[in-house]
Ligand binder design. Structure first.
Ligand SMILES: [Zn+2]
Ligand SMILES: [Zn+2]
Length: 384
């Protein structure tokens, strides 16, 4: 479909409405169907974006499955594209700008006020509610007029077009490959941000990263940017271990063939690590990660655990070594600042996240989900 076609006013719709296609999920655990949709024109603080590409993140997989989101819905929260139209109150962006979409936040709570939007008090409503938090409306409808929830992470980017807020869109340089930049808005940002913003890894530090998916491998690249002396990866998949070494890991351990993973991590570093990051959410792995910490070490948690999982940590052990454990959301990123920084790292060759990307067509979204679930694809990106 040409842009001109896509931007034509659809018959019977609001003036300025836009026709497009989207991958709609209508039942929990169901398959996506590509449907003709109509988007309202952007409201005062909103922008209309023609999507160039969108990554598939683990959170999309979880929300297609058990996690309760309102149906029907368009998922997708790693979108990137070109601004086509802006609302009357938009000041930072203009049509033609290239943008990466990130998570949404309210902008009014204490954490938003202190530039920590990933800990927004209203994060759940803004990102998982599926509708505009203010009035419960959605900008998208099916051709029969039925509403489709289309504010997932303020974007719902498994679509040719989307409505986002100016607040969750970040302008990026036009010399970067727009079709694959979307994952900078969540998965890459989470991995790299956990190392650079949350754990604040520095020169000479020793880092252990558990799990080498898109988040873990982004953490590996960031640890090299931070000039960590030891970057130790624990990952059962041999191809991912090999890729981790190519991306800068100093050691890559197979937990399935290593009898004592904790001892092996300690041996690969200076008797332990200053920082550990768990991307798996597996309680036993988190327990091992905790044991690898040197005194005053820090363990970050970013993996999605089973709903009833508890921390397998001995409190006296924690006190004796003075170690910390904290969950991090979106790598403590303020996307407006951090995403351009990540694009800069990519352009100067220090964050080659394109090595993780496999491209799919929007029509092949169900295959992309299968491939990320089975581990065949580290970071699927639907190129629109
Ligand atoms: Zn907030
Ligand atoms: Zn995500």
């Amino acid at each position: 479909m040409s842009i001109a076609d896509a931007l034509r006013e659809s018959p019977g719709a609001d003036r300025g409405a836009v026709a497009g296609r989207a991958a709609v999920l209508s039942s929990p655990g169901g398959v996506f169907s590509i449907e003709e949709i109509t988007l309202q024109k952007p409201r005062r603080d909103e922008i209309l974006v023609r999507v160039a590409g969108v990554g598939v993140c683990h959170t999309d997989v979880v929300c297609r499955g058990d996690f309760p989101v309102p149906l029907p819905i368009v998922l997708g929260h790693e979108g990137a594209g070109v601004v086509e139209a802006v609302g009357a109150g938009v000041t930072r962006l203009r049509p033609g700008d290239h943008v990466v979409l990130s998570f949404d936040s309210c902008g009014a709570c204490p954490n938003c006020a202190r530039a920590a939007p990933s800990y927004c008090f209203n994060f759940m409503a803004a990102n998982f509610g599926g509708v505009r938090p203010g009035d419960g409306s959605t900008p998208m409808s099916r051709r029969d007029g039925g509403a489709v929830n289309a504010r997932f992470f303020g974007q719902s980017s498994f679509a040719t077009h989307l409505i986002a807020r100016e607040r969750n869109a970040v302008a990026v340089p036009k010399d970067a490959p727009l079709d694959i930049l979307g994952p900078l808005g969540c998965g890459i940002q989470t991995g790299a941000g956990s190392i650079l913003n949350s754990l604040r890894v520095g020169r000479g530090d020793a880092v252990a990263i558990f799990g080498a998916g898109a988040v873990g491998l982004s953490a590996v690249m960031a640890a090299r940017i931070a000039e960590a002396a030891h970057v130790i990866v624990v990952e059962p998949n041999p191809e991912r271990r090999a890729l981790a070494l190519e991306l800068g890991a100093t050691a890559a351990l197979d937990p399935r063939s290593t009898e004592d993973v904790v001892a092996a991590v300690k041996a690969a570093g200076p008797g332990g690590v200053t920082h550990a990051l768990d991307t798996t959410g597996i309680p036993a792995v988190i327990g091992s990660a905790f044991q690898t910490l040197l005194p005053n070490g820090q363990l970050g948690l970013v993996g999605m655990p089973p709903p009833d999982a508890a921390l397998p940590v001995n409190i006296m052990d924690m006190l004796a070594r003075g170690v910390g454990v904290k969950a991090y959301v979106e790598g403590d990123s303020d996307p407006e600042i951090f995403i351009p920084q990540l694009v800069g790292y990519y352009l100067d060759g220090r964050l080659p996240f394109d090595r993780l990307v496999k491209r799919y067509r929007l029509e092949d979204i169900n295959q992309a989900f299968d491939d990320t679930t089975t581990g065949k694809s580290i970071k699927p990106v639907l190129v629109i």
